[in-house]
Write a protein that binds this ligand. Structure first.
Ligand SMILES: NC(=O)c1ccc[n+]([C@@H]2O[C@H](COP(=O)([O-])OP(=O)(O)OC[C@H]3O[C@@H](n4cnc5c(N)ncnc54)[C@H](O)[C@@H]3O)[C@@H](O)[C@H]2O)c1
Length: 340
């Protein structure tokens, strides 16, 4: 039985607790959060998690715990990763590892000197639709990839207080789409040109961010990619991909609660997309944690490693610079700044 500890008992900590509880051979021994309250303690009891702490060091100091899931706020990820590596724990870390590339580099260096498994929470790679589309591209069913289109729109914007600490749309929201571009294409992004606007909420602009973006990219296999983002889609969480190639194309649509289509004198109506990420990706969250535990138990490489955690941050920083200076930015320019 592998004993695990969960650090952070917010939205995603609770999701991953549910996922981990469903994995065979796993026992959740503890959960830690500095803002632990009676409600969360009661929730932990319902999940059969025997130990509840306010200080995550209790988990790191517990020799029986082999695995930690870092689900705390973004600004804690790299620090806790370093401490967990030092303590010899296998680590699943939510995205992003950090907004600061130098701190990600520290985590990479520490990992090189350890035998610790490290996986980053890019859950969409484990979604059944994206997996099927990736498989079609990989098997050459669409020939050579020419154009990849990623559409990613949230149902509504988060509070401005969150926007202020989020690192900006590219490092907070588009980071998943940058990962999708790499995953779907199997190629690396070499150049980025980003345009953005404030079309949803002027307060987001006042906080120094944008809420709508179109990002064009060149990949190292010659293909082109484009992402469109918006913080508001009135009809739900809109996450689609189309890969177009020399022999055809593969596209995935949104998951819906049912496939019912109602046709009557007023028209033809189908279900809206699922509301948001917790509804759309529950199955993917379960699969990503299961995959990580499998890597630990069977000593396999993790499916989303620390490099996969770094690359979308570099692309995000290139997009930020591109938007600020209204010019295409090569990833090499960002890498050079950090001695990569
Ligand atoms: N992969 C995904 O789809 C996905 C979805 C949502 C969030 N996330 C990521 O997960 C992280 C958490 O997001 P969330 O939505 O759950 O936020 P949240 O605010 O609901 O939860 C974060 C929790 O971390 C706790 N925390 C803060 N410092 C801590 C510390 N030192 N030790 C232990 N706990 C600490 C907070 O008290 C809070 O309960 C973020 O980094 C976010 O980017 C990923």
């Amino acid at each position: 039985m592998i004993k695990i500890g969960i650090i952070g008992a917010g939205r995603i900590g609770k999701v991953h607790a549910k996922s981990a509880a469903g994995v065979k051979g796993v026992e959740i021994k503890a959960i830690a959060d500095p803002f632990m309250n009676a409600e969360t303690e009661a929730w932990a009891k319902e999940q059969d998690i025997p130990n509840v702490y306010t200080d995550y060091h209790e988990i790191l100091n517990d020799k029986e715990i082999e695995v930690v899931l870092i689900c705390s706020s973004t600004d804690t990820h790299s620090k806790i990763s370093l401490e967990a590596i030092e303590a010899g724990k296998h680590i699943f870390c939510e995205k992003p590892i950090d907004h600061d590339v130098n701190k990600i580099k520290e985590v990479m260096e520490a990992l090189k000197k350890s035998n610790v498994k490290y996986q980053v929470g890019f859950n969409r790679r484990f979604d059944h639709n994206f997996m099927a589309a990736r498989e079609a591209v990989k098997q050459g069913k669409i020939g050579e990839l020419n154009v990849l289109k990623v559409c990613s729109r949230d149902p509504g914007a988060p509070p401005v207080s969150y926007i202020k600490v989020s690192g900006g749309i590219f490092l907070d929201m588009t980071i998943h789409d940058f990962d999708m571009v790499r995953f779907m294409s199997g190629a690396e992004v070499t150049e980025v040109y980003a345009m953005g606007g404030v079309l949803v909420d002027p307060a987001i602009g006042e906080a120094g961010d944008i809420d709508t973006a179109v990002i064009s990219m060149r990949l190292d296999n010659g293909a082109l990619a484009v992402i469109d983002n918006c913080r508001r889609a009135t009809y739900g969480y809109d996450q689609r991909v189309e890969a177009f190639g020399s022999l055809g194309q593969v596209a995935i649509g949104n998951d819906t609660d049912s496939l019912a289509v109602i046709s009557n004198a007023d028209g033809v109506t189908a279900e809206k997309p699922k509301l948001f990420f917790l509804e759309r990706y529950m199955e993917a969250y379960t699969r990503e944690v299961a995959s990580f535990i499998d890597a630990v138990i069977n000593d396999k490489p993790t499916e989303v490693n620390v490099e996969d955690g770094l690359k979308p941050v570099l692309i995000g920083l290139a997009a930020k610079l591109s938007l600020a200076e209204n010019r295409p930015v090569k990833i090499a320019e960002i890498e050079a700044k950090f001695g990569l």
